[in-house]
Each structure stands twice: as C-alpha cells, then as structure tokens.
Design a protein around this ligand. Structure first.
Ligand SMILES: [Zn+2]
Length: 408
C-alpha cells in the first residue's frame, strides 16, 4: 500500500519517492510509488496531475491521471509510455494551481454542506466536482430561493471568520460518539476526520485548506430538482471570481444591447416582451381589416355565374394565415361565394372555402387538386387547406377548378 502523504499535508506539492512497480492500466503505463502526494480520484474530488522526475534527471514523466485501488495502492497513469525499474528514485511535483483549486472547491463544499444542515437540517447525499462547477445533492423535498441565499450567507460568514481546519485520525468506535455530520461505511479501522473549528466535523479523505479563509468565497448558482432531492451548483475561490466575471460580461453585453443599466435588464426585457405582444396584436388586427376590405373588392370584381361568385386568386406575397382569413371574410360577406385561394410567400398553401349551405365539398376538391399537385391536406365540407408540393402548377390547377365550380 502506498503512503498517502496528502492525508497529513494538503500543501505538500513536492516529494521524493521510490518506484515500487511499473505496470499497464487500460493500455497506459502506470507507476506505483512507496509514497505519494498525488491525490487519486475519490470521494467526489478529482485527481491531481503533475510530473515525476528521476533523480538522475534522465526522465521527466507527465502524470496524466491518478487512481486508487481497493487495497489503497495508488496508480500514477503516465501520458507517454515509460518503464522505470523497481527501486528508481523519483522526485514528484504536483500541479499546485490545480490542487489549490480542488482544495478551495472541496473545503467550500464542507462549509456549504454544514451550513445547509445547521440552518435547515438538509443533509448532503452526494458531491460532484466538475471542471467548471461543483454540485451537492441535498436530501430535501423543497428548496426555496431564500434558503439558498441564507446558506450562502452563512457559508461565506464562516469563510470570513477564517476558522482553522484540522485533520484528526480516530477509530470507528471513537468516531461514533463525536456526532459526525457524515459517517462513512465501516470499512477501515482508522477514520480521517476534517474539523472546521466549532462548525463542522466529518470523515473525509480529500485535500482541504488549513483555514476557511483560504476558500476565498462561495457562490451558489443553479438549483434543480433531482430524483433524490435538490441539486445545488456552486463555485469557490478563484472559480467564483472567474464565474462572476463571466456573468458580469454577459450581463453587460445584454445591457449594452438594450442601452440600459445592468440591473435594469430584466425590466427592459419585460417591457420589450409587452411591446412585442402589443405589436403582434396590432398587426393581427390590421391583417383582419385588410382581409375584410380585400374580400369586399374581390367580390365586387367577380361576376356571378350560375348564382355563384367564384374568387380564384394566387397571392405571391401572402401566407397561409392571410388566405385563411380572407376565405372566411369572402364566404361570410356573400351567401354564394366560393374562395379558391393560394399563397406562395414561404411554404406554398391552398385554402378552399364556400359559404355555408352550398352544395359543394371543399374537402373533396382539395383532395382532387392535391392528387395532381402532390402534398397533404384536408378539412370540412365548407373549408379545407393543404400544402401542395408542385407550386409552379398551382395557377393552372386553380383556373381549371374555378371553371369547374363556376360551370355548376
Ligand atoms: Zn473533504
């Protein structure tokens, strides 16, 4: 088993070790050392990366991933194939920036989870650390925005107080009487406890800061209902600053587009939505008026044949909405009107309609025309609509149909 140096000092970024074994894992070279400061993925925290350099400086190996076996053996997976003899001395250097980021996220999670328990008795059931943000799942049925804000407030209060964070090792037996926030399943004899002075005590194998002030800041963002409760996304430390910077840039861009102050953006958007609704309503009203007027002049210009006024028209600059409206107006303004209309602005459309009670079947006529032009459509005896495939043949088809209907 590897000696886990990070158990005792999370700020140890360099160390010396001896190679125990070189093996292959998933096609990659992997080294086992007698001791390591490299943290393997576990408990929600992701692995460290870094370098291993042989003491004669002959090889500098990139550690791309670190995993831990069930027996506590830590595998340093290398970016490039390499094989070092057992007993080779190496100097390890972990990527300090990445480690510091992980310590901020993970320690911030302890503070945040404890805050949710203290304020609302909402235990954390899982923790996820991603490349951009972290999340905890809370065991609760409901989570209100005010609760999120209160937990964020308390968590940041604890950060500001810069409370010491201590590591303790106890037995399972001893742990039972300590009132831990979370007790791991009884597997190991020794438990590693992380204690935030006077605020939180929990068992954890991860890397943490020495004082809560090093977390920097805790920013809560999206919350969503998940199967086992509520998920809360958060970012800590430098990630919180980077995220706030990005949020600010996005918001200022939006404010710039609206020529408004940052905090006025939602009010501006609401105003625009209202204006849009009003404009849509006004244009619908105008369209109805145009249809009404067009219907009147079309009926006037159409001679009555065999007691019917058959209006045949293909509009190149109108759409389905307009010809439907026009068909309604035509057949309501006159008791013997037949409208055979097409619109080819956008998706080609056909609308056939007749005044109520006329001995005609618009649905049948539509099917007949679509049989020639292709496409689908249908409707009732009084009104039918369709989407023809061959729009270049619409004029001819409508003319033919018009003659047929007028001939009575
Ligand atoms: Zn932890």
């Amino acid at each position: 088993m590897t000696d886990h140096l990070y158990y005792h000092d999370s700020f140890l970024y360099e160390f010396d070790a001896v190679v125990g074994e070189t093996l292959t894992s998933d096609g990659r070279s992997a080294l086992v050392l007698d001791r390591t400061a490299f943290y393997p993925t576990s408990g929600g925290q992701v692995f460290d990366t870094g370098w291993l350099v042989t003491s004669d400086d002959a090889s500098k190996l990139r550690v791309a991933e670190v995993t831990e076996g069930d027996d506590g053996t830590i595998l340093h997976l290398l970016e490039n194939p390499a094989s070092l003899e057992k007993g080779t001395r190496v100097h390890g250097m972990i990527d300090a920036g990445r480690r510091r980021d992980h310590m901020q996220q993970h320690s911030g999670q302890h503070v945040l989870s404890a805050a949710f328990v203290r304020l609302f008795d909402m235990p954390t059931v899982s923790f996820h650390m991603g490349a951009d943000y972290c999340s905890i799942d809370l065991n609760t049925k409901n989570l209100a925005a005010e609760q999120v804000e209160a937990a964020e407030g308390l968590a940041n209060e604890v950060v500001t107080e810069n409370r010491p964070v201590a590591i303790r090792f106890v037995t399972q037996e001893e742990a039972r009487g300590l009132g831990l926030r979370k007790l791991p399943p009884a597997e190991r004899d020794q438990l590693r406890l992380i204690e935030i002075h006077d605020f939180d005590l929990t068992a954890c194998g991860g890397t943490h800061v020495q004082g809560t002030g090093q977390v920097g800041a805790i920013l809560l963002r999206k919350t969503e209902k998940v199967r086992q409760g509520w998920r809360v996304e958060f970012v800590c430390g430098k990630r919180a600053v980077a995220t706030a910077r990005r949020d600010y840039s996005t918001l200022s861009e939006a404010a710039g587009l609206l020529s408004s102050h940052l905090y006025e953006v939602p009010a501006q958007i609401r105003k625009m939505q209202e204006e849009q609704r009003a404009a849509r309503k006004a244009s619908e009203q105008l369209l109805a008026e145009i249809a009404e007027l067009s219907a009147g002049s079309l009926l006037n210009a159409t001679a009555e044949t065999a007691g019917r006024r058959v209006v045949v028209r293909n509009f190149a600059d109108r759409d389905l909405t307009f010809i439907k409206l026009l068909a309604q107006k035509l057949t309501r303004q006159n008791t013997n009107a037949v409208a055979l209309l097409a619109a080819t602005s956008g998706q080609p459309a056909l609308v056939f309609a007749c005044s109520a009670g006329m001995p005609l079947d618009m649905n049948a006529l539509m099917k007949e025309v679509l049989g020639k032009l292709g496409g689908r459509g249908g409707g009732s005896k009084d009104m039918a609509q369709g989407g023809p495939q061959q729009s270049d043949k619409i004029d001819a088809a409508l003319r033919e149909l018009g003659e047929q209907v007028s001939g009575g």
